[in-house]
Design a protein around this ligand. Structure first.
Ligand SMILES: Cc1cc2nc3c(=O)[nH]c(=O)nc-3n(C[C@H](O)[C@H](O)[C@H](O)COP(=O)(O)O)c2cc1C
Length: 362
């Protein structure tokens, strides 16, 4: 007999292209800074993601994984730029898939936020690692630094072409690795967001100035990734709804961008905000479900499936948001760091979701 839990909206499946996500409670990408210089996942990643798969979330979006060595944020980032890495990622994807969870991976280029220290070392994300210390020269749309980090050089057209090609290649590697969903990181102040936002992009060529020009690189990447990833599998883009500061991106800019992403054939928008400048005032306010209203606006404007992240720590709230059509699913971050079984524990009656091995705990 079907458990009543399965009639709850947050527990209903969602189909995107040919992939069925078993429920609407998803794990947000969260960098672990636990890989070696080779960018390959290791035991930490298997145990960390494996535990959340046992925790029965519908989708695990594996952390921001660099599309090339010079696109990392730190020397401990995961990478998805070669076949050796893809082969090791397979350990993660096969375990996640065995548990009935869908594995996805976020593809990332750091731009001016690259080459920083590990968050728990020295100045952390505020401290650049220079070339002499094993770091590298970063580039961005314009030679404007993020906070105290090193000043990036201005990307030339060869850099821009390389970024597009690297994302497309990474999408092919993600498929080889067994990921069923890829997400393009176009938020949180990383390279694509740096091009989108007038706060970090002061270019005067066709990649700067008007909204169309600032969107150009992100749309080229979206098109290249969509073409490179199998037609049966969904592509998500994590976008910033607002920069929260005068002169930055607003929800109107994001609507324009989202409509273009729909034309490209993107399947899912993952809504977040902020972090393109260091200013504390430009951070998302402390408010439950802070991005949900933006997600609903973007869903209405595009007809695309949407998910939102940020301060959602109640599985039944996700059900309400799905039932009233504001979200198609919700991403959870820190609650799942605190407890890998967070989503499962909120469904004690949902016996079928609990592993056979744990049934005697119920
Ligand atoms: C340790 C940590 C690492 C993160 N790494 C990423 C990342 O790789 N990519 C990304 O888009 N967001 C990253 N984020 C942001 C989260 O995905 C999420 O947007 C944020 O934590 C807000 O959601 P929450 O309130 O559910 O935690 C990270 C957050 C944390 C706490």
């Amino acid at each position: 007999m079907t458990s009543p839990e399965f009639t709850r909206p947050e527990m209903s499946p969602l189909r995107l292209r040919e992939v069925t996500l078993p429920n609407r409670v998803w794990m947000s990408p969260m960098a672990q800074y636990a890989a070696g210089q080779d960018g390959k996942p290791n035991d930490w990643h298997l145990v960390h993601y494996g535990a959340r798969a046992v925790g029965a979330v519908g989708l695990i979006m594996v952390e921001a994984s660099a599309v090339g060595p010079l696109h990392r944020t730190t020397t401990a980032d995961l990478g998805i730029w070669n076949e050796d890495q893809a082969a090791v990622h397979r350990r993660l994807t096969s375990f996640i898939r065995e548990r009935g969870t869908v594995p996805g991976i976020q593809l990332q280029a750091a731009g001016r936020k690259g080459s920083h220290q590990l968050p728990w070392v020295g100045a952390g994300q505020n401290g650049s690692v220079r070339a002499a210390g094993g770091g590298w020269q970063t580039f961005g749309p314009s030679p404007i630094p993020f906070g105290d980090l090193a000043t990036p050089r201005e990307a030339d057209h060869a850099d821009i072409d390389e970024v597009v090609a690297a994302f497309a290649h990474a999408a092919r590697m993600a498929d080889l690795a067994g990921y069923q969903v890829v997400e393009i990181q176009a938020s949180h102040g990383y390279l694509l967001h740096q091009f989108l936002s007038p706060l970090s992009n002061r270019r005067t060529d066709e990649y700067g100035g008007s909204p169309q020009n600032r969107m150009r690189l992100a749309l080229q990447v979206a098109r290249a990734v969509r073409d490179a990833f199998p037609a049966d599998n969904p592509v998500s883009v994590r976008i910033t709804a607002t920069d929260w500061i005068e002169g930055g991106l607003t929800i109107d800019d994001s609507v324009l961008f989202a409509k273009e992403l729909a034309v490209v054939g993107i399947d899912l928008l993952d809504i977040t905000s902020g972090l393109v400048v260091r200013d504390q005032e430009a951070r998302p306010p402390i408010r439950a479900g802070v991005h949900v209203e933006f997600a609903a606006i973007l869903k209405n404007a595009t007809g695309l499936a949407v998910t939102a992240v940020g301060q959602i720590d109640d599985v039944s709230l996700i059900g309400e948001l799905v039932a009233n059509g504001q979200l198609d699913a919700a991403m959870m971050g820190r609650p799942l760091l605190r407890d890998p079984y967070f989503a499962l524990r909120q469904r004690p009656a949902d016996k079928e979701a609990w592993p056979d091995q744990y049934q005697r705990a119920l």
